[in-house]
Ligand binder design. Structure first.
Ligand code: NDP
Length: 329
């Protein structure tokens, strides 16, 4: 058997010495296990996270262990009910040719409805990522403008095509002329911006009304160009920030990658949108708490209207202590 192990944790960009390639005997399935021969291994950006022991949404690969990864392959031998030699399966078998796995981690798939490798891409985790992220968060509507970063990649290519199917104007962002041409000519996006050029200027030209849905795959400079061009009520689907995965020191400012890792929901609002029609209900509940002694409040009362400017200037410097009001003489 051929296996690729994690030898050490990368500092910055991974290098070949971080891995170890070993030959081992083909394992024997134990009762309840299935022996799978992988035909395809999926390589995905999340694996960079698994190589690191920084806190994340899933456990790191242990040093000396087989690198984690999804494979598509064939059952060679089975000691588990429901699986027989010859079955085509998807599973998390890792970077190795043969593996003995629990059937619970395997999906049996039809062998002929699509090329096997597609079940690791458009029909696999990346395709599912695109579909779920748009269904749950992006919610593209006909006539809207969608921008997709890493547009020629596994996830991005599916995102943009679903956007087109939903009737959006779709602008991709990708690295280099060949990828950009593929994105427009083969995938059918309306346009594609090369992120090695002036992304901000191109966004202004191609999305003069702004952006309704932004699919974030990269972060970094691309994110900084897109973010100020989001329209009111835009949806930013935080899928990944690959441009920063090799960073050894965090970029300044809040890092939106934590929105992905912690599944945060970040949504803006303005009280006047929906608040005032509910004022009577709010007032009744709040008065109840105040009268029951469950709500206290502090005011900072400034005497005299002519003191309003100084008080206001102080407010912006933290000189008020409590709710600042002016008592008009
Ligand atoms: P891709 O097939 O898109 O390959 C990665 C691409 O990222 C590269 O080809 C490159 O495209 C782009 N890229 C790499 N470095 C940079 C950089 N410094 N600046 C700008 N672009 C860069 O990978 P996937 O489609 O598999 O993954 C795309 C994103 O989706 C990743 O961030 C990944 O972590 C995330 N993801 C998240 C999931 C989730 O559940 N949240 C699930 C699956 C993926 P180019 O040359 O065009 O720049």
């Amino acid at each position: 058997n051929l296996q690729i192990l994690l030898r050490r944790r990368p500092q910055g960009a991974p290098v070949p010495e971080d891995f170890e390639i070993v030959e081992t005997p083909v394992p024997e399935p134990q009762p309840g296990e299935v022996l799978v021969r992988a035909q395809y291994l999926s390589l995905d950006p999340y694996m960079r996270g698994r190589m690191s022991d920084a806190k994340s949404y899933s456990a790191p690969v242990a040093l000396g262990a087989v690198m984690a990864g999804q494979t598509a392959g064939t059952v060679i031998a089975s000691k588990a009910p429901g699986f027989a030699p010859g079955d085509t399966v998807l599973g998390g078998s890792g970077w190795q040719r043969f593996s003995c796995v629990q059937p619970g981690s395997l999906f049996k798939i039809a062998p002929d409805d699509a090329p096997l490798s597609a079940s690791l891409g458009v029909l696999g985790m990346p395709g599912l990522t695109a579909w779920v992220g748009l269904e749950d968060i992006g919610r593209p509507k006909s006539g809207e403008t969608m921008v997709v970063s890493a547009a020629s990649g596994a996830v991005g290519q599916v995102v943009g095509q679903i956007g087109r199917i939903r009737g959006c104007k779709v602008i991709g962002i990708a690295g280099g002329e060949a990828k950009c041409r593929f994105v427009t000519e083969v995938l059918g996006f309306d346009a594609c911006i090369d992120h090695r050029g002036d992304v901000a200027a191109e966004l202004d030209r191609l999305c003069p009304e702004g952006i309704d849905v932004y699919w974030e795959n990269v972060g970094g400079a691309v994110q900084r160009a897109v973010f100020p061009r989001l329209r009111d009520f835009a949806r930013m689907v935080m899928c990944g920030m690959i441009a920063e995965y090799n960073d050894t020191t965090p970029a300044p400012g809040p890092n939106l990658m934590s929105a992905v890792r912690k599944r945060l929901r970040i949504q803006g609002f303005i009280v006047s949108d929906t608040g005032w029609p509910r004022y009577p209900q709010f007032r009744q509940e709040m008065l109840g708490w105040m009268q029951a002694g469950r709500m206290t409040w502090r005011e900072d009362v400034v005497e005299g209207l002519r003191n309003a400017p100084t008080a206001f200037i102080g407010l912006l410097k933290g000189e008020n202590f409590g709710k600042l009001v002016v008592k008009i003489d």
